[in-house]
Design a protein around this ligand. Structure first.
Ligand SMILES: Cc1cc2nc3c(=O)[nH]c(=O)nc-3n(C[C@H](O)[C@H](O)[C@H](O)COP(=O)(O)O)c2cc1C
Length: 315
């Protein structure tokens, strides 16, 4: 199975819906994290990204960040009432301000807290739980020590991004430590990290034959056709790819305009996407360097369309 990675700021419902209208291959998306909050119920505005009416395309598993059991239980039950039978728990976020509060990957250094949270939460939630984790926060042994605890509970899957929190998103993947984890885990494992093309996917597949589930994140944003490439489905010509990309990006732009109040916000968001989209093109850096300084929405559209008329697809 192919999963769309949660990428806060990128793979929100607008992206997921538009993507699904133009590209095939993703089976399930994990939503970017929703933080746990106080209260007897979670406000609908806090759940905007996962409200069923906003998610008509790809199947979504909502992801939550935090550990306070009462908040976890309320969130899980409210999501269940919205129709979500599955829920994903974020034990991977490396952002220092979050990790310092024992949330995301910061929690991986607190095995006893993970155990306590699971013991209190699991009996009181109706959803199937899965976990998205790193190898640790401070070192690559933390998850190894937690896996025996996870083996004793029902989990839909364990998703591992084989880095530690201190690495943030850079540096080598630690595939040896990942291998140790899969040896001792009795759960289904989903791999996440640096899959940017068919070759690397194939290498991973040969090295870890037991893994059948893969998550695509930055690689997908850098090549929107990546699921198709991995599944080896359709053989698009570069011209076809360019047409699909152009239609996709215009649709994404239109959807963003509907939801963002100020042009500035729409433009900023499009520029953030272009940090990745540019990698699809031979002259990607050049167009990005032009687009990033444009402050006028009409001009941004004109320059983008002009570029796409004769752009050369690299992937
Ligand atoms: C900008 C950004 C935002 C991310 N947001 C989340 C998130 O909300 N929840 C999560 O579990 N992982 C998050 N991740 C981690 C990704 O889901 C993924 O595990 C990681 O980027 C490695 O995979 P990739 O190389 O395929 O992107 C984020 C990563 C990036 C770069």
């Amino acid at each position: 199975m192919l999963y769309l990675a949660p990428l806060q700021g990128y793979t929100d419902y607008i992206f997921r819906n538009v993507y699904n209208n133009f590209f095939e291959g993703i089976d399930v998306a994990i939503s970017p994290f929703v933080t746990l909050v106080e209260g007897k119920h979670v406000k609908r505005s806090h759940l905007k990204d996962v409200l069923p009416e906003n998610n008509s395309g790809i199947k979504v598993i909502p992801q939550v960040l935090g550990y306070l059991p009462d908040q976890f239980i309320v969130m899980a039950n409210d999501l269940y009432d919205l129709g979500y039978e599955s829920l994903n728990w974020n034990l991977g976020c490396p952002v220092p301000s979050i990790a310092r509060k024992k949330r995301g990957s910061g929690m991986l250094s607190h095995l006893e807290l993970i155990e306590k949270t699971l013991n209190e939460v699991l009996p009181k939630i109706p959803n199937k739980l899965s976990i998205k984790a790193r190898l640790g926060y401070l070192n690559n042994k933390e998850l190894l020590n937690i896996i025996p605890i996870l083996n004793s509970i029902p989990l839909e899957f364990l998703n591992i991004h084989p880095r530690i929190g201190l690495q943030m998103y850079e540096g080598e993947l630690d595939l040896e430590a990942f291998c140790e984890c899969i040896k001792i885990s009795n759960h289904k494992i989903v791999f996440s990290g640096d899959i940017i093309d068919f070759n690397f996917y194939n290498e991973l597949k040969s090295r870890f034959p037991s893994i059948k589930d893969w998550m695509l994140g930055r690689g997908l944003l850098s090549n929107l056709f990546l699921p198709n490439e991995i599944l080896q489905k359709k053989n698009y010509s570069k011209t076809e790819k360019l047409i699909i990309f152009s239609d996709f990006i215009n649709a994404l732009f239109e959807e963003l305009k509907k939801t963002k109040t100020a042009d500035k916000h729409v433009l900023n968001k499009m520029k953030e996407y272009w940090v990745y989209f540019k990698r699809m093109f031979v002259d990607g850096d050049e167009i990005f360097n032009t687009l990033k300084y444009i402050q006028d929405i009409e001009r941004f559209t004109d320059i983008t369309n002009e570029f796409l008329e004769s752009a050369e697809i690299r992937v």
